[in-house]
Ligand binder design. Structure first.
Ligand code: UD1
Ligand code: CA
Length: 477
Protein backbone atom coordinates (compact mmCIF):
# COMPACT_ATOMS: atom_id res chain seq x y z
CA UNK A 1 0.00 0.00 0.00
CA UNK A 2 2.62 2.50 1.12
CA UNK A 3 5.63 3.49 -0.92
CA UNK A 4 8.91 2.90 0.82
CA UNK A 5 11.34 5.77 1.04
CA UNK A 6 14.99 5.24 0.40
CA UNK A 7 16.98 4.45 3.50
CA UNK A 8 19.87 6.45 4.92
CA UNK A 9 21.66 3.21 5.66
CA UNK A 10 22.86 0.21 3.73
CA UNK A 11 22.72 -2.18 6.68
CA UNK A 12 20.60 -5.28 6.01
CA UNK A 13 17.26 -5.41 7.74
CA UNK A 14 16.39 -8.33 10.01
CA UNK A 15 12.87 -8.37 11.39
CA UNK A 16 11.91 -10.04 14.66
CA UNK A 17 8.21 -10.64 15.21
CA UNK A 18 7.07 -11.46 18.75
CA UNK A 19 4.16 -13.85 18.55
CA UNK A 20 4.50 -16.18 21.53
CA UNK A 21 1.86 -14.62 23.78
CA UNK A 22 -1.37 -16.38 24.57
CA UNK A 23 -4.07 -13.90 23.68
CA UNK A 24 -6.32 -15.03 26.52
CA UNK A 25 -8.82 -12.25 25.94
CA UNK A 26 -9.66 -13.48 22.45
CA UNK A 27 -11.30 -16.47 24.22
CA UNK A 28 -10.56 -18.54 21.14
CA UNK A 29 -8.92 -21.85 20.34
CA UNK A 30 -7.24 -20.18 17.39
CA UNK A 31 -3.89 -18.56 18.32
CA UNK A 32 -4.38 -14.80 18.47
CA UNK A 33 -2.01 -13.91 15.64
CA UNK A 34 -3.94 -16.18 13.25
CA UNK A 35 -7.18 -14.27 13.60
CA UNK A 36 -8.06 -12.49 10.38
CA UNK A 37 -8.07 -8.80 9.64
CA UNK A 38 -9.22 -7.87 6.13
CA UNK A 39 -9.06 -11.56 5.25
CA UNK A 40 -5.41 -12.02 6.28
CA UNK A 41 -3.96 -13.42 9.52
CA UNK A 42 -2.71 -10.66 11.83
CA UNK A 43 0.84 -12.00 11.72
CA UNK A 44 0.65 -12.26 7.92
CA UNK A 45 0.08 -8.49 7.73
CA UNK A 46 3.30 -8.01 9.71
CA UNK A 47 5.20 -10.47 7.50
CA UNK A 48 3.89 -8.80 4.34
CA UNK A 49 5.11 -5.45 5.68
CA UNK A 50 8.54 -6.99 6.29
CA UNK A 51 8.49 -8.13 2.66
CA UNK A 52 7.70 -4.59 1.46
CA UNK A 53 10.76 -3.43 3.45
CA UNK A 54 12.93 -6.03 1.65
CA UNK A 55 13.97 -7.62 4.93
CA UNK A 56 16.92 -10.01 4.69
CA UNK A 57 15.51 -12.27 7.34
CA UNK A 58 12.32 -12.58 9.34
CA UNK A 59 12.32 -14.39 12.67
CA UNK A 60 9.00 -15.24 14.25
CA UNK A 61 9.05 -15.98 17.98
CA UNK A 62 6.34 -18.49 18.73
CA UNK A 63 5.10 -20.18 21.89
CA UNK A 64 1.36 -20.53 22.43
CA UNK A 65 -0.08 -22.46 19.49
CA UNK A 66 3.43 -22.64 18.00
CA UNK A 67 2.76 -25.58 15.70
CA UNK A 68 -0.37 -24.02 14.28
CA UNK A 69 1.20 -20.58 13.85
CA UNK A 70 4.29 -22.03 12.17
CA UNK A 71 2.21 -24.19 9.83
CA UNK A 72 -0.05 -21.29 8.86
CA UNK A 73 2.85 -18.96 8.06
CA UNK A 74 5.07 -21.54 6.36
CA UNK A 75 2.10 -22.79 4.33
CA UNK A 76 1.57 -19.36 2.89
CA UNK A 77 3.60 -19.07 -0.29
CA UNK A 78 3.81 -15.32 0.03
CA UNK A 79 5.86 -15.80 3.18
CA UNK A 80 8.60 -17.78 1.54
CA UNK A 81 11.28 -17.08 -1.01
CA UNK A 82 11.66 -13.34 -0.50
CA UNK A 83 13.63 -13.60 2.75
CA UNK A 84 15.01 -16.16 5.17
CA UNK A 85 12.21 -17.20 7.47
CA UNK A 86 13.06 -18.57 10.92
CA UNK A 87 10.83 -19.81 13.69
CA UNK A 88 12.15 -19.65 17.22
CA UNK A 89 10.34 -21.14 20.20
CA UNK A 90 9.92 -19.28 23.45
CA UNK A 91 8.73 -21.64 26.18
CA UNK A 92 7.83 -20.51 28.78
CA UNK A 93 7.13 -16.84 28.01
CA UNK A 94 9.12 -14.76 30.46
CA UNK A 95 8.64 -11.35 28.86
CA UNK A 96 9.42 -9.40 25.71
CA UNK A 97 13.16 -9.23 26.48
CA UNK A 98 13.22 -13.00 26.98
CA UNK A 99 11.33 -13.35 23.68
CA UNK A 100 13.95 -11.44 21.69
CA UNK A 101 16.76 -13.27 23.55
CA UNK A 102 15.52 -16.45 21.88
CA UNK A 103 16.24 -14.91 18.47
CA UNK A 104 19.86 -14.03 19.28
CA UNK A 105 21.34 -17.24 17.82
CA UNK A 106 19.85 -16.48 14.39
CA UNK A 107 20.57 -12.74 14.36
CA UNK A 108 23.65 -11.64 12.44
CA UNK A 109 25.86 -8.85 13.76
CA UNK A 110 25.80 -6.64 10.67
CA UNK A 111 22.04 -6.03 10.58
CA UNK A 112 19.53 -3.56 11.88
CA UNK A 113 16.91 -5.39 13.87
CA UNK A 114 13.33 -4.16 13.74
CA UNK A 115 11.20 -5.60 16.54
CA UNK A 116 7.51 -5.97 15.69
CA UNK A 117 4.57 -7.77 17.26
CA UNK A 118 2.44 -10.35 15.51
CA UNK A 119 -0.69 -8.78 16.93
CA UNK A 120 0.00 -5.25 15.61
CA UNK A 121 -1.03 -5.59 11.96
CA UNK A 122 -1.37 -2.10 10.51
CA UNK A 123 2.04 -0.50 10.90
CA UNK A 124 2.84 1.05 7.54
CA UNK A 125 6.04 0.27 5.73
CA UNK A 126 6.95 3.93 5.29
CA UNK A 127 6.66 4.48 9.05
CA UNK A 128 9.15 1.66 9.61
CA UNK A 129 11.39 3.04 6.88
CA UNK A 130 11.51 6.34 8.78
CA UNK A 131 12.25 4.47 12.02
CA UNK A 132 15.08 2.54 10.34
CA UNK A 133 16.46 5.80 8.99
CA UNK A 134 16.38 7.22 12.51
CA UNK A 135 18.33 4.16 13.66
CA UNK A 136 20.75 4.33 10.72
CA UNK A 137 22.90 1.67 12.39
CA UNK A 138 24.05 4.23 14.93
CA UNK A 139 21.01 4.87 17.15
CA UNK A 140 18.44 2.97 19.17
CA UNK A 141 15.21 4.21 17.57
CA UNK A 142 11.89 3.82 19.38
CA UNK A 143 8.51 4.28 17.73
CA UNK A 144 6.39 6.37 20.11
CA UNK A 145 2.99 8.01 20.20
CA UNK A 146 1.08 10.36 22.53
CA UNK A 147 -2.00 8.84 24.11
CA UNK A 148 -4.50 10.93 26.11
CA UNK A 149 -4.98 7.77 28.15
CA UNK A 150 -1.59 6.04 28.35
CA UNK A 151 -2.68 3.43 30.93
CA UNK A 152 -0.96 0.09 30.45
CA UNK A 153 1.80 1.31 28.17
CA UNK A 154 5.48 1.83 28.79
CA UNK A 155 6.19 5.55 29.30
CA UNK A 156 8.96 7.41 27.49
CA UNK A 157 10.98 9.10 30.24
CA UNK A 158 13.03 12.04 29.02
CA UNK A 159 15.59 14.36 30.58
CA UNK A 160 15.07 17.54 28.63
CA UNK A 161 14.69 16.20 25.12
CA UNK A 162 16.87 13.15 25.56
CA UNK A 163 15.19 9.78 26.08
CA UNK A 164 16.38 8.24 29.34
CA UNK A 165 14.29 5.10 29.76
CA UNK A 166 11.04 3.29 29.13
CA UNK A 167 9.21 2.65 32.38
CA UNK A 168 6.42 0.10 32.42
CA UNK A 169 3.04 1.02 33.91
CA UNK A 170 3.47 -1.23 36.93
CA UNK A 171 6.94 0.11 37.72
CA UNK A 172 6.21 3.78 37.17
CA UNK A 173 6.20 6.51 39.80
CA UNK A 174 3.06 8.71 40.06
CA UNK A 175 4.94 11.44 38.18
CA UNK A 176 5.94 9.00 35.40
CA UNK A 177 2.35 7.76 35.10
CA UNK A 178 1.41 11.27 33.97
CA UNK A 179 3.67 10.98 30.89
CA UNK A 180 1.50 10.64 27.78
CA UNK A 181 4.24 9.67 25.34
CA UNK A 182 4.30 5.86 25.22
CA UNK A 183 6.41 3.17 23.62
CA UNK A 184 4.53 1.51 20.76
CA UNK A 185 6.31 -1.83 21.13
CA UNK A 186 8.28 -1.22 17.92
CA UNK A 187 11.98 -0.39 17.74
CA UNK A 188 14.90 -0.41 15.32
CA UNK A 189 18.29 -1.25 16.78
CA UNK A 190 21.71 -2.36 15.51
CA UNK A 191 21.99 -6.12 16.08
CA UNK A 192 25.43 -5.94 17.65
CA UNK A 193 24.39 -3.56 20.43
CA UNK A 194 21.06 -5.31 20.90
CA UNK A 195 22.83 -8.57 21.68
CA UNK A 196 25.06 -7.04 24.34
CA UNK A 197 22.10 -5.32 25.99
CA UNK A 198 19.88 -8.43 25.91
CA UNK A 199 22.62 -10.29 27.78
CA UNK A 200 22.34 -7.74 30.60
CA UNK A 201 18.57 -8.00 31.19
CA UNK A 202 17.16 -9.12 34.51
CA UNK A 203 13.64 -9.62 35.82
CA UNK A 204 13.87 -7.51 38.95
CA UNK A 205 10.72 -5.50 38.35
CA UNK A 206 7.07 -5.38 39.37
CA UNK A 207 6.09 -8.15 36.96
CA UNK A 208 9.13 -10.41 37.37
CA UNK A 209 9.57 -10.34 33.58
CA UNK A 210 12.52 -9.74 31.28
CA UNK A 211 11.57 -6.41 29.73
CA UNK A 212 12.90 -5.64 26.26
CA UNK A 213 12.28 -2.01 27.15
CA UNK A 214 15.11 -2.14 29.74
CA UNK A 215 17.64 -2.00 26.90
CA UNK A 216 16.98 1.75 26.71
CA UNK A 217 18.65 2.39 30.03
CA UNK A 218 21.65 0.24 28.99
CA UNK A 219 21.99 2.26 25.80
CA UNK A 220 21.89 5.48 27.81
CA UNK A 221 24.48 4.08 30.25
CA UNK A 222 26.72 3.12 27.31
CA UNK A 223 26.37 6.59 25.79
CA UNK A 224 24.66 5.10 22.76
CA UNK A 225 22.20 7.61 21.27
CA UNK A 226 18.49 6.87 21.73
CA UNK A 227 15.90 8.60 19.54
CA UNK A 228 12.13 8.56 19.65
CA UNK A 229 10.32 8.66 16.33
CA UNK A 230 6.85 9.89 17.23
CA UNK A 231 3.83 9.23 15.05
CA UNK A 232 0.22 10.37 15.43
CA UNK A 233 -1.77 7.59 13.79
CA UNK A 234 -2.91 5.23 16.55
CA UNK A 235 -4.13 2.53 14.14
CA UNK A 236 -0.52 1.89 13.09
CA UNK A 237 0.49 0.80 16.59
CA UNK A 238 -2.81 -0.68 17.75
CA UNK A 239 -2.49 -4.19 19.12
CA UNK A 240 -5.25 -6.76 19.12
CA UNK A 241 -6.18 -8.36 22.42
CA UNK A 242 -9.94 -8.87 22.15
CA UNK A 243 -12.69 -9.42 19.57
CA UNK A 244 -13.79 -5.82 20.08
CA UNK A 245 -10.32 -4.46 19.32
CA UNK A 246 -10.13 -6.71 16.27
CA UNK A 247 -13.47 -5.43 14.97
CA UNK A 248 -12.50 -1.81 15.65
CA UNK A 249 -9.20 -2.17 13.81
CA UNK A 250 -10.96 -3.93 10.93
CA UNK A 251 -13.26 -0.89 10.61
CA UNK A 252 -10.27 1.47 10.80
CA UNK A 253 -8.59 -0.49 8.01
CA UNK A 254 -11.73 -0.61 5.87
CA UNK A 255 -12.33 3.11 6.35
CA UNK A 256 -8.81 3.80 5.11
CA UNK A 257 -9.40 1.62 2.02
CA UNK A 258 -12.74 3.32 1.37
CA UNK A 259 -11.15 6.79 1.58
CA UNK A 260 -8.39 5.77 -0.84
CA UNK A 261 -10.96 4.47 -3.32
CA UNK A 262 -13.04 7.64 -3.08
CA UNK A 263 -9.92 9.76 -3.59
CA UNK A 264 -9.48 7.90 -6.88
CA UNK A 265 -13.05 8.82 -7.81
CA UNK A 266 -14.87 5.62 -6.91
CA UNK A 267 -18.43 6.35 -5.78
CA UNK A 268 -19.23 4.45 -2.63
CA UNK A 269 -22.84 4.65 -1.46
CA UNK A 270 -21.52 4.40 2.11
CA UNK A 271 -17.80 4.18 2.95
CA UNK A 272 -18.74 2.53 6.26
CA UNK A 273 -20.42 -0.35 4.47
CA UNK A 274 -17.62 -1.68 2.28
CA UNK A 275 -15.21 -4.54 2.97
CA UNK A 276 -12.10 -5.16 0.92
CA UNK A 277 -10.29 -8.34 1.92
CA UNK A 278 -7.54 -8.24 -0.66
CA UNK A 279 -6.93 -5.81 -3.52
CA UNK A 280 -9.66 -3.88 -5.30
CA UNK A 281 -8.65 -1.89 -8.37
CA UNK A 282 -11.13 0.43 -10.05
CA UNK A 283 -11.13 2.33 -13.33
CA UNK A 284 -12.93 5.64 -13.69
CA UNK A 285 -16.59 6.08 -12.78
CA UNK A 286 -17.11 2.92 -10.83
CA UNK A 287 -19.95 2.94 -8.33
CA UNK A 288 -20.48 0.51 -5.50
CA UNK A 289 -23.66 0.26 -3.47
CA UNK A 290 -23.79 -0.71 0.21
CA UNK A 291 -22.64 -3.92 1.90
CA UNK A 292 -20.36 -5.28 -0.79
CA UNK A 293 -17.44 -7.57 0.07
CA UNK A 294 -14.43 -7.84 -2.24
CA UNK A 295 -11.99 -10.69 -1.67
CA UNK A 296 -8.69 -11.67 -3.25
CA UNK A 297 -7.96 -9.68 -6.41
CA UNK A 298 -10.88 -7.87 -7.97
CA UNK A 299 -10.76 -5.30 -10.75
CA UNK A 300 -13.70 -3.19 -11.86
CA UNK A 301 -13.66 -1.67 -15.34
CA UNK A 302 -14.64 1.84 -16.32
CA UNK A 303 -18.21 2.69 -15.39
CA UNK A 304 -18.91 -0.68 -13.77
CA UNK A 305 -21.76 -0.66 -11.28
CA UNK A 306 -21.96 -3.00 -8.31
CA UNK A 307 -25.35 -3.34 -6.63
CA UNK A 308 -25.97 -3.76 -2.94
CA UNK A 309 -24.96 -6.89 -1.04
CA UNK A 310 -22.63 -8.44 -3.59
CA UNK A 311 -19.73 -10.70 -2.62
CA UNK A 312 -17.03 -10.72 -5.31
CA UNK A 313 -13.80 -12.73 -5.12
CA UNK A 314 -10.96 -13.01 -7.65
CA UNK A 315 -12.75 -11.52 -10.63
CA UNK A 316 -12.33 -8.91 -13.30
CA UNK A 317 -15.48 -7.03 -14.20
CA UNK A 318 -15.53 -5.31 -17.57
CA UNK A 319 -16.31 -1.71 -18.45
CA UNK A 320 -19.93 -0.74 -18.04
CA UNK A 321 -20.95 -4.09 -16.61
CA UNK A 322 -23.77 -4.03 -14.09
CA UNK A 323 -23.72 -6.46 -11.20
CA UNK A 324 -27.18 -6.36 -9.68
CA UNK A 325 -27.76 -6.84 -5.94
CA UNK A 326 -27.09 -10.08 -4.07
CA UNK A 327 -24.77 -11.52 -6.68
CA UNK A 328 -22.09 -13.94 -5.50
CA UNK A 329 -18.96 -14.20 -7.62
CA UNK A 330 -16.31 -16.63 -6.47
CA UNK A 331 -13.29 -16.85 -8.74
CA UNK A 332 -10.42 -19.28 -8.13
CA UNK A 333 -6.73 -18.36 -7.77
CA UNK A 334 -6.05 -14.82 -9.06
CA UNK A 335 -4.59 -14.86 -12.54
CA UNK A 336 -5.43 -18.54 -13.09
CA UNK A 337 -7.98 -20.00 -15.50
CA UNK A 338 -10.31 -20.23 -12.53
CA UNK A 339 -10.49 -16.49 -11.94
CA UNK A 340 -13.87 -15.15 -13.05
CA UNK A 341 -14.16 -12.75 -16.00
CA UNK A 342 -17.21 -10.65 -16.74
CA UNK A 343 -17.19 -8.85 -20.09
CA UNK A 344 -17.94 -5.25 -20.90
CA UNK A 345 -21.58 -4.31 -20.69
CA UNK A 346 -22.62 -7.60 -19.13
CA UNK A 347 -25.67 -7.67 -16.85
CA UNK A 348 -25.41 -10.05 -13.92
CA UNK A 349 -27.99 -10.83 -11.24
CA UNK A 350 -29.80 -10.09 -9.06
CA UNK A 351 -29.14 -13.32 -7.16
CA UNK A 352 -26.69 -14.74 -9.68
CA UNK A 353 -23.83 -17.09 -8.78
CA UNK A 354 -20.60 -17.16 -10.77
CA UNK A 355 -18.19 -19.87 -9.68
CA UNK A 356 -14.53 -20.64 -10.56
CA UNK A 357 -13.79 -20.54 -14.27
CA UNK A 358 -16.86 -18.55 -15.32
CA UNK A 359 -15.75 -16.49 -18.34
CA UNK A 360 -18.47 -14.22 -19.61
CA UNK A 361 -18.04 -12.19 -22.79
CA UNK A 362 -19.32 -8.73 -23.57
CA UNK A 363 -23.02 -8.08 -23.08
CA UNK A 364 -23.74 -11.47 -21.59
CA UNK A 365 -26.85 -11.51 -19.41
CA UNK A 366 -27.03 -13.77 -16.37
CA UNK A 367 -30.26 -13.41 -14.45
CA UNK A 368 -31.67 -14.44 -11.11
CA UNK A 369 -30.86 -17.84 -9.66
CA UNK A 370 -28.50 -18.74 -12.48
CA UNK A 371 -25.28 -20.60 -11.58
CA UNK A 372 -22.30 -20.63 -13.94
CA UNK A 373 -19.18 -22.75 -13.29
CA UNK A 374 -16.15 -23.44 -15.50
CA UNK A 375 -18.01 -22.19 -18.55
CA UNK A 376 -17.35 -19.73 -21.34
CA UNK A 377 -20.21 -17.61 -22.63
CA UNK A 378 -19.51 -15.65 -25.82
CA UNK A 379 -20.74 -12.15 -26.56
CA UNK A 380 -24.45 -11.56 -26.10
CA UNK A 381 -25.32 -14.99 -24.70
CA UNK A 382 -28.19 -14.94 -22.20
CA UNK A 383 -29.33 -17.16 -19.36
CA UNK A 384 -31.90 -15.08 -17.60
CA UNK A 385 -33.65 -17.30 -15.10
CA UNK A 386 -33.16 -20.33 -12.82
CA UNK A 387 -30.49 -22.23 -14.72
CA UNK A 388 -27.18 -24.10 -14.41
CA UNK A 389 -24.28 -23.91 -16.83
CA UNK A 390 -21.38 -26.12 -15.75
CA UNK A 391 -18.43 -27.12 -17.98
CA UNK A 392 -20.12 -25.52 -20.98
CA UNK A 393 -18.91 -23.61 -24.01
CA UNK A 394 -21.65 -21.26 -25.10
CA UNK A 395 -21.56 -19.36 -28.40
CA UNK A 396 -22.57 -15.83 -29.27
CA UNK A 397 -26.20 -14.80 -28.83
CA UNK A 398 -27.26 -18.16 -27.41
CA UNK A 399 -30.48 -17.96 -25.41
CA UNK A 400 -30.57 -20.45 -22.57
CA UNK A 401 -34.06 -21.00 -21.16
CA UNK A 402 -35.37 -20.91 -17.63
CA UNK A 403 -34.85 -24.07 -15.62
CA UNK A 404 -32.36 -25.63 -18.05
CA UNK A 405 -29.24 -27.36 -16.84
CA UNK A 406 -26.13 -29.00 -18.17
CA UNK A 407 -25.84 -32.49 -16.68
CA UNK A 408 -22.06 -32.34 -16.58
CA UNK A 409 -21.30 -35.05 -14.03
CA UNK A 410 -21.89 -38.75 -14.63
CA UNK A 411 -21.01 -39.69 -11.08
CA UNK A 412 -17.34 -40.19 -11.88
CA UNK A 413 -16.23 -37.70 -14.52
CA UNK A 414 -17.15 -34.23 -15.71
CA UNK A 415 -18.02 -33.71 -19.38
CA UNK A 416 -18.44 -30.63 -21.56
CA UNK A 417 -21.53 -29.25 -23.20
CA UNK A 418 -21.06 -27.17 -26.33
CA UNK A 419 -23.84 -24.82 -27.39
CA UNK A 420 -22.93 -23.15 -30.68
CA UNK A 421 -23.76 -19.61 -31.72
CA UNK A 422 -27.39 -18.52 -32.03
CA UNK A 423 -28.76 -21.73 -30.55
CA UNK A 424 -31.94 -21.42 -28.54
CA UNK A 425 -32.42 -23.73 -25.59
CA UNK A 426 -36.01 -23.85 -24.37
CA UNK A 427 -37.08 -24.02 -20.76
CA UNK A 428 -36.47 -26.96 -18.46
CA UNK A 429 -34.01 -28.76 -20.71
CA UNK A 430 -31.41 -31.24 -19.52
CA UNK A 431 -28.33 -31.27 -21.73
CA UNK A 432 -26.57 -34.52 -20.86
CA UNK A 433 -22.85 -34.00 -21.48
CA UNK A 434 -20.84 -34.67 -23.53
CA UNK A 435 -23.20 -33.15 -26.05
CA UNK A 436 -23.18 -30.43 -28.72
CA UNK A 437 -26.08 -28.27 -29.82
CA UNK A 438 -25.32 -27.07 -33.34
CA UNK A 439 -25.30 -23.44 -34.40
CA UNK A 440 -28.71 -21.89 -34.81
CA UNK A 441 -30.39 -25.03 -33.48
CA UNK A 442 -33.45 -24.97 -31.28
CA UNK A 443 -34.12 -27.34 -28.41
CA UNK A 444 -37.77 -27.66 -27.44
CA UNK A 445 -38.72 -26.98 -23.84
CA UNK A 446 -38.58 -29.94 -21.48
CA UNK A 447 -36.16 -31.91 -23.64
CA UNK A 448 -33.56 -34.26 -22.20
CA UNK A 449 -30.86 -34.14 -24.86
CA UNK A 450 -28.44 -37.08 -24.84
CA UNK A 451 -27.19 -36.96 -28.45
CA UNK A 452 -25.74 -34.10 -30.48
CA UNK A 453 -28.37 -31.81 -31.99
CA UNK A 454 -27.67 -30.66 -35.58
CA UNK A 455 -27.32 -27.01 -36.54
CA UNK A 456 -30.47 -25.12 -37.50
CA UNK A 457 -32.73 -28.07 -36.56
CA UNK A 458 -35.52 -28.16 -34.02
CA UNK A 459 -34.66 -30.92 -31.57
CA UNK A 460 -37.34 -32.21 -29.24
CA UNK A 461 -36.61 -35.02 -26.82
CA UNK A 462 -39.58 -35.58 -24.56
CA UNK A 463 -42.84 -37.53 -24.47
CA UNK A 464 -45.26 -36.41 -27.16
CA UNK A 465 -48.33 -34.57 -25.96
CA UNK A 466 -51.51 -36.62 -26.22
CA UNK A 467 -55.05 -35.51 -25.44
CA UNK A 468 -57.75 -38.06 -24.70
CA UNK A 469 -61.10 -36.53 -25.45
CA UNK A 470 -63.84 -36.40 -22.82
CA UNK A 471 -61.63 -37.98 -20.17
CA UNK A 472 -63.60 -38.94 -17.08
CA UNK A 473 -61.69 -38.62 -13.84
CA UNK A 474 -62.27 -41.44 -11.34
CA UNK A 475 -65.14 -40.57 -8.98
CA UNK A 476 -65.20 -41.27 -5.22
CA UNK A 477 -67.01 -44.48 -4.31
C1 UD1 B 1 4.88 -3.91 25.77
C2 UD1 B 1 5.98 -2.97 26.21
C3 UD1 B 1 5.39 -1.61 26.54
C4 UD1 B 1 4.64 -1.07 25.33
C5 UD1 B 1 3.60 -2.08 24.88
C6 UD1 B 1 2.96 -1.65 23.59
C7 UD1 B 1 7.60 -4.41 27.32
C8 UD1 B 1 8.13 -4.86 28.61
N1 UD1 B 1 6.63 -3.50 27.39
O1 UD1 B 1 4.04 -4.08 26.88
O2 UD1 B 1 6.41 -0.71 26.90
O3 UD1 B 1 4.02 0.17 25.67
O4 UD1 B 1 4.20 -3.36 24.64
O5 UD1 B 1 1.91 -2.51 23.28
O6 UD1 B 1 8.06 -4.81 26.26
N2 UD1 B 1 5.36 -11.62 23.86
C9 UD1 B 1 6.08 -12.76 23.62
N3 UD1 B 1 6.67 -13.37 24.67
C10 UD1 B 1 6.58 -12.91 25.93
C11 UD1 B 1 5.85 -11.73 26.17
C12 UD1 B 1 5.24 -11.11 25.10
O7 UD1 B 1 6.18 -13.21 22.48
O8 UD1 B 1 7.16 -13.53 26.82
C13 UD1 B 1 4.72 -10.94 22.72
C14 UD1 B 1 3.24 -10.85 22.85
O9 UD1 B 1 2.62 -11.97 22.24
C15 UD1 B 1 2.93 -9.57 22.09
C16 UD1 B 1 4.17 -8.73 22.30
O10 UD1 B 1 5.19 -9.62 22.69
O11 UD1 B 1 2.80 -9.82 20.72
C17 UD1 B 1 3.99 -7.65 23.36
O12 UD1 B 1 3.64 -8.29 24.57
P1 UD1 B 1 2.61 -7.62 25.58
O13 UD1 B 1 2.40 -8.53 26.72
O14 UD1 B 1 1.42 -7.14 24.84
O15 UD1 B 1 3.48 -6.38 26.06
P2 UD1 B 1 3.02 -5.32 27.10
O16 UD1 B 1 3.30 -5.83 28.47
O17 UD1 B 1 1.68 -4.87 26.79
CA1 CA C 1 0.26 -5.22 24.78
Amino acid sequence: MAETQSLFTDAPLDVVIMAAGKGTRMKSKLPKVLHLLAGRALVQHVIDTAAVLSARQVTVIIGHGATEVEAAIAGNIRATGQFDLNFVRQEPQLGTGHAVQQAVPVLRDDGIVVVLSGDVPLTQADTLTQLISACAGTHLALLTIDFANPTGYGRIVRAGDAVQAIVEQKDATPAQLKITEVYSGIMAVPAKQLKTWLARLDNKNAQGEFYLTDIVKFAVADGFPVVAHKIHDAAQVAGINSPLQLANLERAYQKRVALQLMEQGVRLADPARLDVRGTLTCEQDVSIDVNCVFEGQVSLGEGATIGANCVIKNASIGAGAVIHPFTHIEGGEPGSKNAVEVGAGALIGPFARLRPGAKLGAEVHIGNFVEVKNSTLAKGAKANHLAYLGDATVGERVNYGAGSITANYDGANKHRTVIEADAHIGSNCVLVAPVTIGAGGTVGGGSTVTKDAPPLALTVARGRQVSIANWKRPAKK
